[in-house]
Design a protein around this ligand. Structure first.
Ligand code: ARG
Ligand code: ZN
Length: 873
């Protein structure tokens, strides 16, 4: 059953208030709910359909009268009341089984504690309700539970009553003053420890900040708490948004399908995005925690105060909030590096989604299972679309727009169109063509040709835009695209840019607004042939085909004042070289290294660039995934071989530079997580990675030494990952030592699983299969599944795509094992097969067999069914 945007209808009934009463038990839980309903549209039919799944219905009362079986009927997804008045109260009692709930949707237990996940449609697994975001109610929630087992009882809003009975049970009553959709409901009952802090808002209100974690993790909350306070201050300064309740709570749980959830006043987090201390968390973990904490906090306005009308509007809150968290992170450290990481991620993963069978616009037209649409497209491309609006309006104009958006729609459930409309109205501008970014899927391609005319001193850019067909969208209209550019003179300075007909030139980066399939821009007074720096800062989520020479790329890599484009020049040059190597490998020719590339890399390493994280980014070669983007038939083996050859070639040629850089960057204890220190470690560890490709005995023991002597997980993991790739005795020693030291720390064990799954050793699949039987692995824990199976199948292309098909069959088995337990996670794994048509015949046949096997298996979930049938096409 496919759901369509075009069929959207406002609900017949609104629910003003909901009074919930939970009796939490060890075998089952009873939920009593009292709803105040009122008809909103003219009576079409006298009946009312409520959503509900996996519920045992105990009783229903309509205005105090018990309803008998002939007044309603039930199926596996709904409850229909046959005769209801325009305005009435409904009381429903249901029984649920949170302890047996492995889907991690609705109410479930994790490490013995109760918690909820209601987005997108989990609330209907708690009680019958109009479980859709445009139904916004005021919630009062009473939780009753055993006092010893569950001393902490939490829900949204403010605590208004609590007490205990001599039966050993106690209760807490919470009230949320803000009307909210059911997906923002949360409940926690636990024996977690509380860490307290506070924040004073700009207007002087004192907010209690409470973080709940397992008692032994209390020493791992400082970073998350500090991040939260920075995020709160940032949203006041940058967006004028203050927090609105008196208390903000964050609960960390080990079993969680995604990263975290922005429930009103009571965020629930995957513990991976809360807990950190230097000995157990890497710099990347620190950065991710800061970003996710900020993301969920920012949702309080972009998501909660203003929410989505329906799930087709998901990017309204997610795209905007990701953009906001990216801006925040950029402000905390190196903004160039943050931008590079964001673009790298987008191009390696979102571009493939946009090129495959699941391609969809950031506002999809239809879905079968909404959980399958929490995608890179909705989130990351959605953020790029908001970023383009930001660029087109400028900082001030954009702020005027968001101010109007928050003011106009506070307390409402709205659409992406309302968002764009507010930006237009506040700036008196027209984004009608821009809106195509919301309705058309696919990654636009820009093909640019350039002509310099020395006689006329003009420089002409001819820009052609196209967008490949995607499912249900064979033809696309041209997009409105901001193309940020600069033209560099021979010294590497930006030339002033003036188009024909303009009075004055613009110095520095200038934004061209593309609107047509083909456009020509003629720049005047260009004294000499410039080197073009186009799509600066990655000003639009497009593929650029410009075809610069190697010399031009090297020039930009050294001179461009746009940091993003400096890095990009290096990447494009590396891609060009790697694709050449891929071809040579395929034709059985010997591989040869281009000395110009080596020289440029050496120049940068020896240069005076002070942002060491940025230098490390430049040294990082394009991933095998991104390289695959450029191959008509993806050849994972050749991609791996070519990349490895280039790494090793650079390591050989620059051996002494890498060695001196590595040694000179040795840090001093204790560990700091400042951006400078993060940059230093990053640069040092990339030097180590290069040196380790040479496989010499000295460097291996140096690597083992780093592993043994480091006081922080960043340096330990860097050393261990490199060792895990080797066949050495050092590898065995280090993996065993690491296991012995950290076997009781679940999050650290995830790293141990991952780095073994990511090893390019020949026997990795055999090792991974063994690890699925290891006590450190658990099929019901999504972090474990991602760390081991996800890492192998999605992060180790050369081993996963082994031509024998072993990897494919392994994945198929796990999809089918997981599906009955947790369909959301099974579907994520299933999407690994999405690009099967891009591989050679042999691989295509085997992948297709697995997909068919899955589709033909009995009782597969909607989630997996949608992904696999779309993949088969
Ligand atoms: N709204 C959450 C976030 O991005 C994501 C939760 C989605 N969960 C799900 N099971 N679909 O912050
Ligand atoms: Zn979000």
């Amino acid at each position: 059953p496919t759901i369509y945007l075009k069929n959207y209808q406002a609900p017949d009934y609104y629910i003003e208030t909901i009074d919930l009463h939970f009796e939490l038990g060890e075998k089952h839980t009873t939920v009593h709910s009292r709803l105040a309903l009122s008809r909103h549209s003219k009576a079409d039919s006298p009946s009312l359909v409520l959503n509900g799944e996996e519920l045992e219905l105990l009783s229903i009362k309509q205005d105090g009268q018990v309803l008998s079986k002939k007044n309603y009927y039930q199926d596996s997804e709904s409850l229909t009341l046959l005769q209801v008045p325009d305005c009435f109260t409904l009381e429903i009692e249901t029984r649920i089984y949170p302890q047996d709930n492995t889907t991690l949707s609705g109410l479930y237990t994790s490490s013995g504690n109760f918690c909820t996940q209601c987005e997108a449609e989990g609330f209907r697994r708690i009680t019958y309700f109009l479980d859709r975001p445009d139904v916004m109610a005021r919630y009062t929630t009473t939780i009753v539970a055993d006092e010893k087992k569950y001393p902490i009882l939490l829900s949204n809003g403010n605590l208004i009553a609590q007490g205990k009975w001599d039966t050993g049970r106690h209760f807490a009553k919470w009230q949320d003053p803000f009307p909210k959709p059911s997906y923002l409901f949360a409940l926690v009952a636990s024996d977690l420890a509380r860490i307290e802090d506070e924040f004073i808002t700009l207007s002087g209100r004192k907010i209690q900040l409470h973080m709940y974690v397992q008692p032994h993790n209390q020493d791992q909350c400082d970073h998350a708490m500090a991040s939260l306070k920075r995020a709160m201050a940032w949203d006041e300064q940058v967006y004028g948004r203050e927090y609105d309740l008196d208390i903000y709570m964050i609960v960390a749980v080990d079993d969680f399908n995604m990263g975290a959830m922005e429930n009103k006043g009571l965020n629930i987090f995957n513990s991976k995005y809360v807990l950190a201390k230097p000995e157990t968390a890497t710099d990347t973990d620190y950065e991710n925690i800061e970003a996710v904490i900020a993301h969920e906090y920012f949702h309080n306005w972009s998501g909660n105060r203003v929410t989505c009308r329906d799930w087709f509007q998901l990017s309204l809150k997610e795209g905007f909030t990701v953009f906001r968290d990216q801006q925040f992170s950029a402000d905390q450290g190196s903004s160039a590096v943050k931008r590079i990481q964001v673009v790298n991620h987008l191009r390696s993963y979102q571009f493939r989604e946009d090129a495959g069978p699941m391609a969809h616009p950031i506002r999809p037209e239809s879905y079968v299972e909404i959980n399958n649409f929490y995608t890179l497209t909705i989130y990351e491309k959605g953020a790029e679309v908001v970023r383009m609006l930001y660029r087109l309006l400028g900082t001030e104009g954009f702020r005027k727009g968001t101010d109007l958006y928050f003011k106009r729609h506070d307390g409402q459930a709205v659409t992406t169109d309302d968002f764009v409309q507010a930006l237009e109205d506040a700036n008196n501008t027209d984004f009608s063509q821009f809106r195509l970014w919301y309705s058309q899927a696919g990654t636009p391609e820009l093909r640019i040709s350039r002509i310099y005319d020395p006689e006329m001193s003009t420089y002409t850019l001819k820009v052609k835009q196209t967008c490949p067909p995607t499912p249900e969208q064979p033809h696309k209209a041209p997009f409105h695209i901001p193309l940020a550019i600069g033209l560099l003179d021979a010294e590497g300075r930006d030339l002033p840019l003036r188009l024909a007909g303009e009075a004055e030139a613009i110095t520095g980066t200038r934004v061209l607004e593309l609107r047509q399939a083909e456009e020509t821009f003629v720049f005047q007074d260009i004294p000499c042939k410039p080197v073009p720096s186009l799509l600066r800062g990655f000003s639009a989520p497009v593929k650029l085909y410009l075809g610069l020479s190697n010399e031009e790329y090297c020039f930009l890599l050294v001179h461009d004042k746009d940091h993003f484009n400096r890095w990009e020049a290096g990447q494009q040059l590396a891609i060009k070289i790697l694709l050449g190597l891929v071809e040579d490998h395929q034709q059985g020719k010997p591989l040869i290294l281009d000395p110009a590339f080596t020289n440029t890399i050496e120049k940068i390493l020896a240069g005076d660039e002070s942002d060491q994280a940025f230098v490390a980014q430049i040294l990082t070669l394009p991933s095998e995934h991104y390289l695959a983007e450029f191959m008509t038939v993806i050849d994972p083996e050749a991609a791996y071989k070519a990349r490895r050859f280039l790494q090793r070639g650079l390591a050989e040629a620059l051996h002494s530079t890498f060695t001196t850089t590595y040694e000179s960057l040795a840090g001093t204890s204790p560990y700091h997580s400042s951006p400078e220190e993060i940059g230093r470690r990053k640069l040092r560890n990339i030097c180590l990675e290069y040196l380790m490709t040479l496989d010499g005995p000295d460097i291996k023991s140096r690597c083992l030494q780093q592993f043994n002597e480091s006081d922080n997980m960043t340096d330990v993991i860097a050393a261990l990952s490199s060792l895990a790739d080797t066949e050495s005795s050092e590898r065995k020693i280090a993996l065993q030592a690491f296991y012995n030291q950290w076997k009781n720390d679940s999050l650290v064990m995830d790293k141990w699983l991952s780095l073994q799954a990511l090893s390019r050793r020949q026997d990795t699949l055999t090792i991974v299969k063994k690890l699925t039987q290891h006590p450190a692995f658990k099929l019901t824990n999504p972090n474990k599944v991602r760390a081991l199976i996800g890492a192998f199948c999605q992060g180790n292309p050369v081993r996963f795509h082994d031509p024998s098909g072993e990897g494919y069959r392994f994945l198929r088995d796990y999809i089918l094992k997981l599906d009955p337990l947790n369909p959301q996670i099974a579907a994520r794994l299933a999407s690994t097969f999405n690009l099967w048509r891009r591989y050679d015949q042999n691989r295509q046949i085997i992948m297709k067999e697995q997909l068919e096997h899955i589709v033909n298996s009995p009782r597969i979930s909607k989630d997996v069914y949608e992904i696999t049938t779309k993949a088969l096409g």
